[in-house]
Design a protein around this ligand. Structure first.
Ligand SMILES: [Zn+2]
Ligand SMILES: [Zn+2]
Length: 588
């Protein structure tokens, strides 16, 4: 007995001696997180996030310290060239980029800047320690609990694939901004966001319209809310507003001078003269808008030579200019609108005439403009069913990178129950267009849906395949909605039945995730019935099904992440039902 006990003790001592270095062993901290005494907010957040996730994984309370501890291993976390990583010998990482490196018993997390250090922590947690943020909130978070976390052996660098990415939390929602940060889906200045802005430059109030009618666009004899961009007063006011904006937001790189949404543009002699000056004969508004931006930039440049102004390339001003040359500080975002271009096909699919035209626009813009971005729609603004464009996203983001696009924005309406996979894959590839989408998807299905992964993959891929099937015989606009038939919805429902049965024996979280997809499906079922009835002119049945769809939307209120942006989805579904209601009324 005695000799055996001695042997066991010796073995334990030997094991401890040769054990590989760890961050946590047996639930006890083996490391400390060393940060600067003058840590920036993002560096402090980086330390907190790392501490919190090490505890979530292992239960250990790893200390965050400002002077080197005597722990067996040490994590040095900071911005290149500053404490406590000034001893790191590598090259400075890019803006918002990072380097992760193990050297002996030290793990370096070095950011190109403070945000880069934070991104480095997320990369460590995701790439080395297996944490996932598939969606906002607890439902989307996935990690493997264990009492021991070895010191990872790592040597890698990373940086955002596009210098500016905005829009993955377009409509907010609970937990969304933390998700976006952890997914590294927001890159560059938060004020690099640009959209419709004329009504903030000149408010279309009754008084303004009465006192200064000539500021507003004259369209079919009526003054609209758009502006007369050829009016020198409008240019002067735009410059004033830009200066005010930069005084309030000195770090913002750009001010949007984009027209209001919709049309109603100016047809007066001044504006037409600008069109003629550039040889525009096809009604395109691009040249006159770039002309306006150039005038704004010329004056703004006296005080703000480095600031950009931006106008979306959208509707009748999507195509590149005929002959005006944009000022070097002019920026644009070419909008890949679902009604004009195509989401059945990827952008680089040369069999698609719609996307060939879109790509030719992007290329035309990049030839004359230094700051060209793309605005896409990874969430849908009036269709809340599955929006199955994973087959596009996986090809489009690497393709846009190759086209030399410098900004990427996605209208992302936060309908997580039906469209969440778009946001996850999109955010991953926007940060790193070089990642293998197949590996990302395999990881997603395997970890998010556990034992139910097979039928859940079949469920989501079923919509993707059905959408591709709607391309035959010409396509455009909303033709893809043909895919929603009661038969397809029923078969997809069987995938979920199967998934629910398998999830019943898995973790609670897996069950809840399959339930979440079921909430999305329940809306899709009623919505499809509404549209099918309307196609058959069964108006009363269409209204009943639509009302059921709305009840199912409202039943999802308060979820995290939000299953639907309920307010918008209800409003748009009501709008879609309006003609059905009118048909019912007219038959009475
Ligand atoms: Zn005008
Ligand atoms: Zn197409």
């Amino acid at each position: 007995m005695r000799s055996e006990a001695t042997f066991a003790l010796v073995l334990a001592a030997l094991t401890a001696g040769c054990a590989p270095p760890a961050l946590v062993r047996g639930g006890r901290p083996q490391t400390a997180i060393l940060v600067s005494t003058k840590a920036a907010a993002d560096e402090e957040l980086a330390a907190t996030e790392l501490h919190d996730y090490l505890r979530k994984i292992s239960g250990a309370d790893v200390p965050v310290v400002t002077s080197p501890a005597t722990s067996p291993t040490l994590i040095r976390l900071g911005t290149f060239g500053t404490e406590p990583v000034q001893g790191w010998a590598g090259r400075r990482p890019a803006a918002e980029g990072f380097a992760l490196q193990t050297e002996g018993r030290t793990l370096w997390i070095v950011g190109g800047d403070a945000r880069g250090a934070l991104n480095g922590v997320y990369e460590l947690l995701e790439g080395e320690l297996g944490v996932r943020w598939f969606m906002p909130g607890d439902l989307g978070e996935d990690l493997v609990e264990r009492k021991t976390i070895l010191l990872p052996t790592v040597s890698r660098t990373g940086a955002p694939g596009f210098p500016a990415v905005r829009g993955f939390i377009w409509a907010g929602g609970p937990g969304a901004s933390a998700w976006e940060r952890r997914a590294r889906a927001a890159v560059g200045s938060p004020q690099a966001f640009f959209g419709h802005n004329w009504s903030n430059i000149v408010a279309p109030t009754a008084q303004n319209k009465r006192d200064h009618p000539q500021w507003f666009a004259l369209n079919k004899g009526v003054r609209t809310d758009q502006l007369c961009s050829a009016n020198p007063e409008v240019v002067r006011i735009t410059v004033e507003k830009a200066r005010e904006f930069f005084a309030r937001n000195p770090d913002a790189p750009l001010f949007s001078i984009s027209p209001n949404d919709g049309l109603g543009f100016c047809e007066d002699e001044r504006c037409r003269a600008v069109d003629r000056m550039y040889g525009v004969s096809d009604g395109s508004l691009t040249d006159r808008l770039v002309h306006y931006a150039n005038q704004v930039l010329e004056e703004l440049g006296r005080t703000h030579p480095d600031k950009q102004v931006g106008i979306l390339a959208y509707l009748d001003y999507t195509r590149p200019p005929v002959s005006v040359r944009p000022h070097p500080n002019f920026a644009t975002l070419v909008c890949h609108t679902p009604w004009e271009f195509c989401h059945i096909h990827a952008l680089d699919d040369t069999t698609c005439p719609l996307n060939r035209r879109f790509v030719s626009y992007v290329q035309g813009w990049t030839r004359v403009c230094r700051h060209v971005g793309v605005y896409d729609y990874y969430g849908h603004f009036d269709v809340f069913t599955p929006w199955p464009i994973v087959h596009d996203i996986r090809r489009d983001l690497p393709f846009l990178r190759r086209l030399g696009v410098d900004r990427f924005m996605s209208e992302t309406q936060q309908h997580w129950a039906n469209q969440g996979l778009n946001f996850y894959l999109g955010s991953k590839l926007a940060f790193d267009p070089g990642r293998d989408p197949e590996a990302l998807l395999a990881d997603y299905y395997g970890r998010f849906y556990g034992r139910a992964s097979l039928p859940m993959r079949r469920y989501w891929e079923r919509w993707e395949r059905a959408m591709a099937g709607t391309a035959a015989g010409g396509h455009g606009g909303y033709d893809w909605l043909r895919m929603f038939t009661p038969e397809l919805v029923a078969v997809a429902g069987h995938d979920l039945d199967e998934a629910e049965a398998l999830a019943a024996s898995d973790r609670e979280k897996v069950k809840r995730r399959v339930d979440f997809a079921r909430q999305g499906w329940r809306f899709t079922e009623a919505w499809t019935l509404m549209r099918t009835n309307a196609e058959h002119e069964e108006w009363a049945a269409a209204v009943l099904a639509g009302e059921e769809a709305i009840r199912r939307l409202e039943a999802t209120k308060g979820t995290e992440p939000q299953a639907f942006w309920v307010q918008l989805a209800v409003q748009q579904t009501q709008a879609m039902m309006q003609p059905y209601r009118e048909a019912v009324a007219s038959r009475r």
